[in-house]
Structure formats: C-alpha cells, structure tokens
Design a protein around this ligand. Structure first.
Ligand SMILES: NC(=O)c1ccc[n+]([C@@H]2O[C@H](COP(=O)([O-])OP(=O)(O)OC[C@H]3O[C@@H](n4cnc5c(N)ncnc54)[C@H](OP(=O)(O)O)[C@@H]3O)[C@@H](O)[C@H]2O)c1
Length: 270
C-alpha cells in the first residue's frame, strides 16, 4: 500500500530515512537542503505556500560526535528548527511527523516506554529533546517517533561500517556493553504511514528484539570480537541501555529479519 490521498511534504528527503519515506509517500513533495530548516522565515513561507496536509520532518544533524564539537548547529537543526516547522504546520493546519531518538534517555534503565522522563547524556540527545519540546509546545497535531540504531539502504550506517572494516581487518572489535534495538529505515518509513492515522503523541518505533552492538555486528560479519566501551575514546557519551518499548502500536518484525532483508537488497547476504 502506498499513501497517495493526502498532500505530503517530506523534509530531509535526501537523508537515509528520507529516501525510504519517498517510496512510501511517492506523491509527496520531497525536499533536501532547500528549504534550510533553520531559516524560520523560509520554512514558514514554504509551508504556507505549499499548504500540505502532512509534513514529515526527517531532516536532522545526526553526527553524534559532531554535535559535541558543534553545539550551535546541533541546537539550531535538532532543537530550534522543529519548533519553526511546528509553528508553520499549525498555521497551515498540517499534521507534523518528526523523528527523535533513544539518546534522549541516559541509559540507566534497561527499557524505556514513551512516558519515561528523558535525561540525555550527550549534545545530540539534548538537542533532539529540545526539538521534541518545541514541537509539543507549538504543534497541536504531531507524532513524535523515537527510534534507534537506524540502518537503511541510502545512508552511511553501522551495517556498512562493519562490512567495510571486516574486509580491512582480521578481527573487528565491537562494544558488547551497550544495548539497544536496531531499526531498518524502510520498516520505519512504512510504519510512519500507519502512525499518521493514530492519535497525536509520542511513539517508540524500532524493530523487535534487543542486542548489543557486538551481537548486531556478529549478525553481519564473521570476524567481530567483543570488547568494552572503555576501549574506545568517544567524543560523545552513549547510553548503556537504550531499549525503546512501543506500548501504542503493533510491533515491527525482529531486527534479524529486517537485517536479512537489507543484506539481500544490498547483495551482501551471508
Ligand atoms: N541514524 C540513526 O541511527 C538514528 C537513530 C535515532 C533517531 N534518528 C533520527 O531519525 C531521523 C532520520 O535520521 P537519518 O539517519 O535518516 O538522518 P540523515 O541520513 O543524517 O539525514 C538527515 C538529512 O537532514 C539534512 N539536513 C541537515 N541539516 C539540515 C538543514 N539545516 N536543513 C535541511 N536539511 C538538513 C541532511 O542533509 P546533509 O546530508 O546535506 O547534511 C540529511 O540529508 C533524524 O531525526 C534522526 O535524528 C536517527
């Protein structure tokens, strides 16, 4: 099924998720860097002139380490801009779908439901949380979809990194003490169409199943080796557990099945 009936705008359409959203919403107006979502006047005029029924914002500054170095851009793109889009959507009477992250949580609990209190431990998480708050303040009809560990055919992602490193190294050391839920961007894009028809609010949407980064890597390559986070000097702290639990809609398929589908499409299945 493809969603054709409503006038849809996809922002961030050139990103990993944005590409998959275009397949689910083939008639959508799909925009990349133009409009720059941090330009409030531009965003407002663009949305007002287009007058969409639905705006899907997949634009974000997603480089978690980069956000530590460039706080200003992180807060502009991930924090303030969603508020501009929200205000424009309200004026146009459009539903706003926006994506957020498991990194708004500190990872001190093993699992997180939609109503758990956020407490980010890195700049990316802080900036994405501000984006959520701005949307809740300025939009009436919104869906905030929190997701995690995204991999998709059209972007740089963990699966591709592992495949690349596996060829270059005898063994690839991968952390075995951070746990989460890998999510296939194509599955998330399809689920987005369903969530548009549900009540306004926050949704936790990931593939099913839980794993460590090492367990995820082991499903991709044969030469992964477990290690601890302390072994790597990272610019951004990462939550130890960031398992998002969906209490509102049906679960998506297991991440292993989704990974299998991804590897088949990429022609790299084992
Ligand atoms: N990737 C993950 O693991 C992950 C996990 C949890 C949640 N999420 C969330 O899921 C959503 C989609 O992520 P993704 O991985 O598909 O991201 P992505 O591939 O990095 O795509 C984001 C897009 O936004 C664009 N963009 C950045 N700044 C912009 C600006 N000022 N104006 C207009 N466009 C701008 C980027 O353009 P350039 O490429 O030119 O910079 C890029 O095309 C985001 O909200 C992200 O926070 C992602």
């Amino acid at each position: 099924m493809v969603v054709e009936e409503i006038k849809t705008l996809i922002l961030g359409a050139d990103g990993m998720l944005g590409h998959d959203l275009q397949k689910v919403f083939p008639d959508a107006v799909a925009r990349g860097r133009d409009p720059n979502i941090t330009d409030e006047a531009l965003v407002s005029t663009f949305i007002q002139e287009l007058s969409p029924d639905l705006v899907i914002n997949a634009a974000a500054y997603t480089d978690v380490g980069g956000c530590e170095d460039d706080r200003e851009t992180a807060f502009e793109v991930n924090g303030e801009a969603p508020g501009y889009i929200a205000r424009a959507c309200n004026k146009a009477g459009a539903v706003l779908v926006h994506y957020s992250t498991d990194y708004i949580f500190d990872g001190s609990k093993e699992v997180y439901v939609e109503s758990d209190a956020p407490d980010p431990i890195n700049v990316y998480g802080e900036s994405k949380l501000l984006g959520e708050m701005n949307i809740m303040e300025h939009a009436d009809d919104y869906r905030i979809i929190r997701t995690s560990w995204l991999f998709g055919v059209h972007g740089k992602n963990f699966v591709e990194t592992m495949l690349g490193l596996s060829k270059e190294m005898d063994t690839v050391r991968v952390v075995n003490d951070q746990f989460g839920r890998p999510t296939y961007a194509a599955d998330l894009a399809w689920k987005t169409a369903e969530i548009v028809g549900l009540a306004p609010g926050i949704y936790h949407i990931t593939n099913d199943g839980v794993c460590s980064w090492y367990e995820f890597a082991s499903a991709i390559i044969d030469n992964a080796e477990p290690c601890l986070s302390e072994e790597f000097v990272m610019r951004a702290k990462r939550p130890r557990y960031s398992v998002l639990v969906n209490t509102k809609t049906s679960p998506m398929r297991h991440w292993r099945d989704a990974l299998g589908a991804y590897l088949k499409i990429k022609g790299t299945g084992r």
